[in-house]
Every structure is written in structure tokens, then in C-alpha cells.
Design a binder for this molecule. Structure first.
Ligand code: AMP
Length: 425
């Protein structure tokens, strides 16, 4: 099916064409019709599924009708990157509609935003804290909002923004359309949805299973070998654009520094940077000056760099959901991507949980001299992928922690192009 079926007006279809979207993604197929009917929607969907256009297109359609020049749609997002990204999508998809949007977030001077808001804005894409600041100063008028979107609601909860969101909602008309998108549905989000949504249409896309266009490779490794393994992978893999995740800010910095010293084109993104430095790092990564970005989870939220070919979890994420969010950075839309995860003995519990989610898409990898061996149960015929360097099961490789036995049945079938699921309809 094509976008024509949604009966969007011609200016909006022109935007869809400019963006190069040919076939709607599953979330777009399921959400656009009810949103266009004015229904509330609760979408369980992760980043990378095309959810931004799923709500932006019907909003544009609604706003091309009716009066202009006052704020009629509000999108609340947890990070400035996501807020900017949505503002950018509105700009591209809505270019021919003449509708104006503004992104509002903290960490930058408020006066510029106050001027922008005086400028007859139709749509605001905002982070909660700064928006509340504008509400308190009386520099934004939300009394004529018709559509409210809460994007990445679970991240807003993680980051402690839900009280701010609830305060903001008090300033909106009670009669409105409300859309909530979240990759996971913790209890607090469910209760927020119960309070804010009226008779919503529930839509679930790829529930917590990481995007299907990604292949998942795990490397059992010791902590002190991780950087050597990282360099080995970078040297031997055909990478376009790599996002490396670390657990802490200081490690993001030190890994980037070590790669830089070894001559890689690398930058880092972590919470200690000023907005200007973040922007420089992001711009450099987007335009290809840096091939590698080392980031922490929080700093990387909302990054939309369409060409990310590889995500490398230098440190294992703390939960399966966090894994999903990280991996959502690659394999976006119809592209395919690879996710490499370094697993130490301590991480085996989570590795086992991930195995349940990923099933046969998970493949363990060995690199001679750098990885540890995973004990292979005799009853399983799996082979560790060998990067062509003569690894044999049972050679004199260091043994991995006994906990690893829990993983001895890990599916070893490799991920092939034929089972990559595409958005074909
Ligand atoms: P999102 O989940 O909204 O962050 O979107 C992920 C990526 O998919 C973005 O780079 C979008 O530009 C892209 N995208 C969204 N819809 C489509 C589509 N129908 N076809 C191809 N790419 C799309």
C-alpha cells in the first residue's frame, strides 16, 4: 500500500515524496487512519519504526484545515535531540503546507525561543522542563491546543519528567486529541495513559523485540581486553558510521580518547558537554567527519543519524529494554544494521534474557586472542562464528565464567539477508 491511500492532501504527499518514503511502515499503517479520525492512540513502538511520521502526517493534515497562527499541536519529548528531530521532520514533511513549528528545550538561551514563539507558531516540539518555564513566564499560549503527543513516554518517566508533564497538561484544553508513544509500558506510563487518553486505540509494533533489520552479535570478553577487541572489530569490519555505548561518562571519554590516539575519526557524546559541544559532536558525526561516536545511554537518546551502520555495546546495557533503545539507533527504517555487544562474565544474566528476546538472531562471535570461549554443550551443534582465524572449539582459549553455561544452547544460526524482515506490503 502507498501513502496515497491515507487521503492526505497534496502538499503533505509532496513532503512524503521529498523524504523518499515509498511504503508506510507498520506503525504508520496502523496509526495514521485512527489519528486522522481524531481518535486517541496509545502506540507501543520503539525508535526506528517510523513513529514520528505516524503522528506528524495526521497532525499536518488536521492543521492545514482551520485557523492558523496560534499553537494547535504540542509534542512533548524527553531530549533536545528528539525534540529537534521531530521539528526537523515537521519541516520536511510539512514544507509545502506553510505550517510553522518551533523546538523548545533547555540548555540554550531562552530569549531566542521567546522571540520564536511570538512568530505565529502552529506546532511546538518541546522538552518538558523548558516548556514549563515558558508557561510560568507567560511566553507560550497553549489554550488552543487540539493535539497533544507524548513521545518516548517511558524515557520521560526514566528521566523524572512525568510530574512536569502532568503540570503542562493542566494548561491544555480538556477537549483534545492525545497520542502517547512508548517503547515499553511500565506501570507509571500505563497510569498516565489512563488519566490522559480517552478510549484510545492500542497499537503495538515489534513489542520489545529489537528492530528486525538488525543482526545481533555477542562477544564474550574480559573487561581489560574490550578496547583491543573494539579496535580489532573497527579494523576488520566495513563500517560506515558506528555508535559505541559505554556505561559511564568517564568511560565514554576515555574510550574516545584511546581511539583518537590510535588514529580513528572519533568523537564522544556524554552528559558533561555544553550544548554547543554536543551539537558540534552530533554535526560532525552526521556529516561523516567522525566515523565513530562514543556515547552514554542518556546522551544518545533521540539521536537520529540515519546512516548508523553499527552499534557496539562496549558495556552491556542494564536491561533488555535499554538494549532495544540502543539498537534502535541502527537498522532504522528499511536499512539494515549490525549490533555488536561485549559480554563479560558479570553480564551473562542479562545476555541470557536477551537470548530469549532475540532468539536465533543472536550469534556468538569469537576472535582469537581477544574473546573468551563459551562452553558448547555437546548436544548443541552450534559453531561459533570464526572470523577466519582458525578458532576451534576446545582449543586452549581462556574459559569464560562458569555462569556462561546458562547460555550453552544459544542459537548459532547466522542471520541471513533472506530473513531480514522488510516493510514490504
Ligand atoms: P522514527 O522511528 O520516527 O525515528 O523514524 C526512523 C527513521 O525512518 C527516520 O529516519 C525516518 O525518516 C525514516 N522513515 C520514517 N517513515 C519511513 C517510511 N515510510 N519509509 C522509509 N523511511 C521512513
Amino acid at each position: 500500500m502507498s501513502f496515497e491511500k491515507f487521503e492526505l492532501n497534496a502538499q503533505i504527499l509532496a513532503g512524503v515524496q521529498t523524504c523518499g518514503y515509498k511504503v508506510p511502515t507498520p506503525i504508520q499503517l496502523q496509526s495514521i487512519p485512527p489519528i486522522m479520525e481524531g481518535r486517541d492512540v496509545m502506540g507501543l513502538a520503539q525508535t526506528g519504526t517510523g513513529k514520528t511520521a505516524a503522528f506528524v502526517l495526521p497532525i499536518l493534515q488536521r492543521l492545514t484545515q482551520g485557523s492558523r497562527g496560534h499553537v494547535r499541536a504540542l509534542i512533548i519529548a524527553p531530549t533536545r535531540e528528539l525534540s529537534e528531530q521531530t521539528h526537523h521532520a515537521i519541516g520536511q514533511l510539512g514544507r509545502r503546507t506553510g505550517l510553522k513549528s518551533a523546538s523548545i528545550y533547555g540548555g540554550v538561551n531562552i530569549n531566542g525561543q521567546i522571540n520564536k514563539l511570538r512568530n505565529k507558531i502552529d506546532i511546538i516540539s518541546a522538552c518538558p522542563g523548558r516548556l514549563l518555564d515558558h508557561i510560568n513566564r507567560g511566553t507560550v499560549d497553549l489554550s488552543r491546543i487540539e493535539v497533544l503527543v507524548l513521545d518516548e513516554a517511558d524515557h520521560m518517566f526514566d528521566m523524572g519528567f512525568l510530574p512536569d508533564v502532568r503540570k503542562i497538561v493542566k494548561h491544555l484544553p480538556a477537549v483534545r486529541q492525545t497520542l502517547l508513544f512508548s517503547a515499553t509500558m511500565p506501570e507509571d506510563i500505563r497510569s498516565l495513559a489512563n488519566d490522559l487518553l480517552k478510549n484510545p486505540v492500542d497499537i503495538t509494533i515489534g513489542h520489545i523485540a529489537p528492530v528486525e533489520t538488525v543482526s545481533h552479535k555477542f562477544y564474550p570478553v574480559q573487561m581489560d581486553t574490550k578496547t583491543a577487541l573494539l579496535k580489532d572489530i573497527l579494523d576488520k569490519t566495513d563500517v560506515e558510521s558506528v555508535l559505541v555505548f559505554t556505561r559511564t561518562k568517564s568511560r565514554a571519554k576515555s574510550v574516545a580518547l584511546q581511539l583518537d590516539k590510535s588514529g580513528y575519526k572519533v568523537t564522544s557524546l556524554h552528559g558533561n558537554l555544553t550544548q554547543q559541544k554536543r551539537q558540534l559532536a552530533l554535526d560532525g558525526f552526521r556529516d561523516g567527519r567522525y566515523e565513530i561516536m562514543v556515547a552514554t545511554d542518556i546522551a544518545a537518546r533521540g539521536i537520529d543519524v540515519t546512516g548508523i551502520s553499527h552499534v557496539i555495546n562496549y558495556d552491556m546495557p542494564s536491561t533488555t529494554d535499554a538494549y532495544t533503545h540502543r539498537i534502535g539507533r541502527t537498522g532504522r527504517a528499511t536499512r539494515t544494521g549490525d549490533a555488536f555487544t561485549f559480554v563479560t562474565g558479570e553480564d551473562m544474566g542479562l545476555a541470557h534474557s536477551l537470548q530469549k528476546v532475540l532468539g536465533e538472531k543472536l550469534e556468538y562471535q569469537s576472535v582469537d586472542g581477544l574473546t573468551m570461549s563459551i562452553p558448547v554443550d555437546d548436544s548443541t551443534s552450534g559453531h561459533h562464528h570464526n572470523r577466519g582465524r582458525g578458532m576451534k572449539p576446545g582449543n586452549n582459549r581462556k574459559k569464560f565464567s562458569p555462569k556462561a553455561r546458562a547460555n550453552s544452547r544459544i542459537g548459532q544460526r547466522s542471520f541471513s539477508a533472506s530473513n531480514r524482515s522488510q516493510w514490504a506490503h
